[in-house]
Design a protein around this ligand. Structure first.
Ligand SMILES: Cc1cc2nc3c(=O)[nH]c(=O)nc-3n(C[C@H](O)[C@H](O)[C@H](O)COP(=O)(O)OP(=O)(O)OC[C@H]3O[C@@H](n4cnc5c(N)ncnc54)[C@H](O)[C@@H]3O)c2cc1C
Ligand code: SF4
Length: 664
């Protein structure tokens, strides 16, 4: 068969790209086209090859990596592919001091770990007491509470039901990094675009490989399948931000005393390990954590000494991770593959191993995976219907069904719950749905030490300071600081290049990675952000593969007072690292403008006392809709200076209890 000129061009362009990759990061070009995923770059490579023709590759690199236009774009994309493939390759790990399991440690064989049993769409009933949409942190908790009250629940999840130990531990597809490849548990990338609206109103269609797409995991368990599992409570001050800091914040319609019993229930049931003594800005608690914290790491010792010198109180962070056998499952084996991966030891206590199995065990929960809730229909005082679309079990052909319920609970995550409310024309008579989308501008500092300070013992966050959650006058709000999760080499490479500690290309870059990968510590925290009405989810003109308008995510600029608070927290992190012996410190600050969604997305259906300024009442019921409630991060009025998941679960418990009280 004759070779087509196009193929020749692609082959030549790939060969040039491999040679250039080898110059950009020695060792990467030798991995070959398939390992680098060059097929994804094919449309870009001819421009690169044309630019490089006849030039010395070393000389072209610095110019091209900063060049505007197609060849520059191709060079930067190739560098990303080269770095990700190189550092995801196990053969580089010994030189970086990274290992997945410590010597002599094995994943515990847990026969209980199988994918949760699901029912085919064709086989589900026509009506249920409650349909819960989304099986993540909020939906799993709601399903547990509702079924434990004797109600029959259909739990609908658009992603698959998976067995974590069967999921590959591919560092390039980890949920914590953006390498240009699809994340392990994201939706098929081209079927589910979103639109990002910039400050200038310009619209950009993004797929799930783009960080601004703002994904959590789409699978039974949602974000809790791959989360890092930091399990913080909001404190009393977090729920009264308006009273404390003025009108740019709004108070929650409930106080800490209303939430405390629900925090306790989640901690005891799902399983949180944490310190025995209360910390600064902790609210009062009636019961301690059910498990002690995980043991120290090498970094804990180093950072504790620095904190002691500053007189800074520290404690291990609370984690939804078992520090010993708990709930019939093994304890954590402290691997180097925690955040962004599902746990192969079955020790990470997300919905898929805690609340949903309990719901299924009642015999009153039907779990429907791989099925999208498209719209809520006919909502009225006695119930509503949900339009579902999935596939036929045998033929794989499309199938749509409508299922009725006495009540519908939306827990699809803050972006998709807002989208569903808008698609269903529910709760938006005052134009509030989708507004106040918020996240966490992460802020902190990276410190370089003379000696090795990382021992690779997972999950990683082992010491935290809560002093800066509040009381940071003159700046408002603040956040916790904690050391980061054990970083995969791919993640470490991104971080060290971003901070300028490792040159982004060349042999010096590879050598600096080897020298610094386990001699750095990143201290960071989620900054409490001002909710803005213009930071929002709307419906785009673009549609998904089902023909439904997708979410448009509107970027906003971080207000100056939030930027000042970020500087303050970054300075505190830098001070702590310096006191701990870091010889070089680089602050890590959030970007000035962004889509404030991501993995901590919240706030798009906030609760309140006034229907003019909120979407749900204080029980989580959509204003004017007795039969529809929200039970996920969308409810958050403010998002705290801590990770959100424990609050999402506690609120979902409270919402579900209120629904159950009405229906039983
Ligand atoms: C890598 C990573 C690390 C994280 N680390 C932490 C941490 O350490 N601590 C912390 O507090 N939080 C952490 N988070 C965030 C945490 O996981 C989320 O805050 C939490 O899972 C959100 O809960 P949710 O119920 O609002 O939504 P999700 O858990 O995202 O669940 C929503 C579910 O709804 C499904 N869905 C959406 N639309 C539809 C539809 N139309 N029909 C059917 N199903 C639908 C989705 O597929 C998904 O499974 C992390 C997240 C990630 C991804
Ligand atoms: S570190 Fe995380 S992923 Fe590894 S065994 Fe422990 S909980 Fe599981």
């Amino acid at each position: 068969m004759p070779v087509r000129p196009d193929n020749v061009r692609v082959t030549t362009a790939r060969e040039t790209a491999l040679a250039f990759a080898e110059v950009l990061l020695p060792g990467s070009g030798a991995l070959g086209s398939a390992a680098l995923g060059l097929d994804r770059l094919d449309p870009l490579l001819p421009a690169l090859a044309a630019d490089l023709a006849g030039s010395r590759l070393e000389a072209a690199a610095p110019r091209l990596l900063d060049a505007p236009g197609a060849a520059g774009d191709a060079a930067r994309a190739l560098l990303e592919r080269a770095g990700s493939a190189l550092y995801a390759d196990e053969r580089t790990w010994p030189s970086l001091g990274y290992r997945v399991l410590q010597p002599g440690v094995h994943w515990p064989a847990d026969p209980a770990v199988t994918a949760l049993r699901t029912t085919a769409l064709a086989d589900v009933g026509d009506s249920y007491d409650v349909v819960v949409v989304g099986s993540g942190a909020g939906g799993g908790t709601a399903a547990h509470v509702l079924t434990s009250r004797g109600l029959h629940v259909l739990l609908v999840e658009r992603g698959p039901s998976v067995a974590p130990p069967e999921l590959p531990l591919d560092h390039q597809r980890n949920a914590r990094v953006s390498t240009g490849l699809p994340h392990q548990l994201d939706l098929p990338e081209h079927d589910n675009p979103r639109v990002v609206v910039g400050l200038d109103g310009r619209r950009r269609t993004v797929d799930s490989t783009d960080p601004e797409w703002s994904g959590n995991a789409s699978a039974v368990g949602g974000g809790t399948l791959v989360y890092g599992a930091q399990a913080w409570r909001l404190c009393p001050e977090d729920l009264a931000m308006g009273s404390r800091y003025g009108p740019r914040f709004t108070d929650w319609p409930l106080g800490y005393a209303d939430l405390e019993p629900y925090y306790e229930r989640v901690e005891q049931l799902a399983g949180v390990s944490g310190p025995a003594v209360p910390r600064t800005w902790d609210g009062p608690r009636r019961r301690g954590y059910p498990m002690p914290p995980l043991p120290d790491t090498l970094a804990t010792t180093v950072l504790r000494a620095g904190a002691d010198e500053l007189g800074l109180e520290t404690a291990p962070p609370p984690l939804l991770i078992s520090s010993r056998a708990f709930g019939g499952r093994p304890g954590c084996v402290r691997c180097g593959n925690c955040v962004g991966f599902a746990c192969h030891a079955n020790a990470k206590n997300g919905s898929a191993v805690s609340t949903i199995p309990l719901a299924l065990a009642t015999g009153r929960c039907t779990l429907l995976a791989d099925t999208v809730a498209e719209r809520v229909l006919d909502a009225g005082p006695t119930g509503a219907a949900v339009l579902l679309s999935g596939v036929r079990a045998r033929s794989g052909g499309p199938l749509r069904r409508t299922v009725r319920a006495r009540h519908v609970v939306l827990a699809a995550g803050a972006v998709e719950t807002a989208r569903l409310l808008l698609l269903s024309d529910l709760g938006n008579s005052r134009g509030q749905v989708g507004r106040h989308l918020q996240a966490h501008p992460y802020t902190g500092a990276v410190g370089v030490f003379d000696d090795v300070v990382q021992d690779g013992l997972g999950p990683g966050p082992s010491i935290s300071a809560t002093r800066y959650r509040h009381g940071n006058d003159p700046v408002a709000a603040g956040g916790i600081l904690a050391n980061e999760f054990v970083q995969t080499p791919v993640e470490a490479w991104h971080k060290l290049v971003e901070t300028g500690l490792v040159p982004r290309w060349g042999r010096t870059g590879v050598e600096a990675m080897r020298a610094l990968a386990n001699r750095t510590v990143h201290l960071a925290g989620p900054l409490q952000q001002t909710p803005l009405p213009g930071s929002r989810v709307t419906l785009a003109a673009t549609t998904d593969s089902r023909g439904l308008p997708v979410a448009a995510l509107h970027a906003t600029e971080l207000p100056s007072h939030d930027r000042a608070a970020a500087e303050h927290l970054a300075d505190r992190a830098a001070q702590w690292l310096t006191a701990s012996g870091a010889t070089t410190v680089r602050r890590t600050l959030p970007s000035r403008t962004a889509v404030w969604a991501g993995q901590h997305q919240a706030g798009t259906a906030r609760m309140g006392h006034d229907p003019a300024t909120s979407v749900t009442d204080p029980r989580g019921r959509v204003w004017g809709q007795e039969s529809v409630s929200v039970a996920d991060g969308s409810l958050h009025v403010t998002n705290g200076g801590v990770n959100p998941v424990l609050t999402i679960m506690a609120l979902a418990w409270r919402v579900a209890e209120a629904v159950a009280a009405d229906l039983t």
